[in-house]
Design a protein around this ligand. Structure first.
Ligand code: FCB
Length: 454
């Protein structure tokens, strides 16, 4: 008997709970020649930066196969599809001239989703900054936030009539840390703490985009931020201090300004611009909900005397903390620990931290990397995390939706195609066919969703 047959049915979620799947443009679209270049094109062109030496030039070729992919989404029975719009596909130079063909693609995709009864949930930025803007200074400059708001208005004017639920940015924390502080993601900068302006400008871009979307008549807006509990490596003062600092970077640097309208203590002084207080008013522009991407908790201790390897990253010694392996848990193929109870802890902890100020939550990403089509371990992961989510909701946390990362196996950034997060297998070994094969987890989720709607 398959493990999934032996499972207890999932607890019942509220009737109006929004079920969805997520993807991002650079990871699936391909058709790189039909858009402007982004920082990820430049990054992947440098040998050694992507572990398997691949690029996302073709990826899943979703640009040409979106109809097949929308059919898979509809057949799965989810309510909503979170995709991202590629900024350089819409504005090849980052600003100025709009590509009619680029906008047409999202128009067709949205039409196809609506015809299939699936709600489109666009994300405006999932890390693929137009290269033209990056070459001028990218997110280190305030100008990029202003260009982003113009781009938001262009996209909303085209698909805002059919897409009601929007996400401004995806994981500005990872984009700052991995892309600009540590150089492991595009644009490959090694700025360490000089990357703080990148955080501020993304937050400002978020606030300006909320205003631009509202001006275009959009009424349902959020952001997708990554969060996870931070556990000190020991109770020593050095370890707890290091863990608190890591918690500040991951869990508060981006959430406090959006939710409370202020930076954690000591941070505003480090941010660029003449009037950070005025910027904070823009950043705290009310959102309708707050998106959480959750994958794992992190154990953190005081810095170690040498550079550390962690989750495929090389972390320099200068950091005032060092993540440690969490040994007592099963791991995904990526080596990430599987700890569903940390998901409950995260959500109830956000409730404790922000109280009434916390907007309703939507889980905008949760998932795992495993090889294979009979992916029983992915079923275990999703089953465990959905139960953990339900427990947080029973404890009073207002969560309105859950999106699985990801619909398809895809280009997993610096890992290339080696980490498979999809509910649907994509055969990258046969680039002409790129055959999609629903995995066991896809069938499990379809049945679980049917049971939610008796
Ligand atoms: C998140 C990213 C997403 C994907 C998953 C595995 O950090 O938002 O694009 O890479 O991790």
């Amino acid at each position: 008997m398959a493990a999934s047959d032996a499972r207890e049915p999932l607890p019942q979620f509220p009737r109006e709970f929004l079920w969805g799947v997520s993807t991002s443009a650079h990871q699936i679209e391909g058709a790189a020649g039909l858009r402007g270049p982004s920082v990820w094109d430049a990054f992947t062109a440098v040998p050694g930066r992507v572990k398997d030496g691949t690029t996302a030039d073709v990826a899943c070729d979703h640009y040409h196969r979106y109809r097949e992919d929308v059919a898979l989404i509809a057949e799965l029975g989810v309510d909503a599809y979170r995709f991202s719009v590629s900024w350089p596909r819409v504005l090849p130079g980052g600003s100025g001239e709009v590509s009619a063909a680029g906008l047409d693609f999202y128009d067709r995709l949205v039409d196809e989703l609506c015809a299939a009864g699936v709600r489109p949930v666009p994300t405006l930025f999932h890390w693929d900054t137009p290269l033209a803007l990056a070459d001028r200074g990218g997110w280190r400059l305030r100008d990029t936030a202003e260009r982003f708001a113009e781009y938001a208005a262009v996209v909303a004017a085209r698909i805002g009539d059919r897409a009601q639920k929007w996400i401004t940015l995806n994981e500005p924390a990872e984009h700052t840390l991995l892309g600009h502080a540590l150089g492991q993601h595009a644009p490959g900068e090694h700025l360490l703490f000089d990357a703080l302006p990148v955080a501020h400008h993304q937050l400002l871009a978020h606030g300006l985009a909320v205003r631009a979307l509202r001006a275009a008549g959009v009424t349902d807006i959020g952001i997708a931020n990554s969060h996870g509990p931070t556990w000190p490596a020991s109770s020593s003062a050095a370890d707890t201090e290091a863990a608190d600092f890591y918690d500040l970077l991951l869990n508060r640097l981006f959430a406090d300004p959006i939710v409370l309208g202020r930076y954690p203590e000591g941070i505003a002084e480090l941010m660029p611009g003449d009037d950070v207080e005025a910027d904070l008013k823009v950043i705290a522009e009310p959102v309708d909900w707050y998106g959480i991407n959750f994958y794992q908790p992190t154990k953190v201790g005081a810095p170690l005397p040498t550079a550390t390897e962690f989750s495929g990253l090389t972390l320099p010694q200068e950091l005032p903390f060092s993540p440690r392996e969490l040994d007592d848990y099963p791991r995904t193929d990526f080596g990430w620990p599987v700890v569903p109870e940390a998901f409950t802890e995260l959500l109830t902890g956000l409730g404790d931290r922000y109280g009434d100020r916390l907007p309703p939550l939507v889980i905008t990403e949760n998932g795992c990397s495993y090889e294979g089509i009979d992916d029983q371990r992915r079923i275990d992961y999703l089953d465990g995390h959905l139960r953990a989510l339900h427990r947080a909701m029973e404890a009073g946390i207002d969560v309105r939706g859950y999106f699985v990362w990801s619909l398809l196996d895809n280009f997993e950034w610096a890992e290339g195609y080696r980490q498979r997060f999809g509910l649907v297998h994509v055969d990258f070994a046969d680039p002409a066919a790129l055959t999609r094969t629903p995995k066991a987890s896809y069938a499990w989720l379809r049945e679980a969703l049917r049971a939610q709607r008796p």
